[in-house]
Design a protein around this ligand. Structure first.
Ligand SMILES: [Zn+2]
Length: 69
């Protein structure tokens, strides 16, 4: 199964390589993740970078988490 962030306004989705729980966490705590990224020399995991970029791009939109086979 794959988990995705989907924007209902733009009708697009991305599938970061991570778990559903991680996607939920990142969506609820995106401001925390951004702080970590700002102060971390090593940067974030790839899935987190992808997720944050998507959440930024669609910050005023309706983003949901979906699961597909
Ligand atoms: Zn959107």
């Amino acid at each position: 199964m794959r988990h995705a962030y989907r924007c209902e306004d733009c009708n697009v989705a991305i599938y970061p390589t991570t778990t559903r729980a991680e996607l939920i966490w990142l969506k609820e705590r995106s401001h925390v993740a951004r702080e970590v990224a700002r102060h971390s020399g090593t940067g974030l995991d790839q899935w987190m970078m992808e997720g944050l970029a998507f959440l930024d791009e669609h910050s005023d939109h309706s983003v949901i988490i979906i699961t597909t086979e």
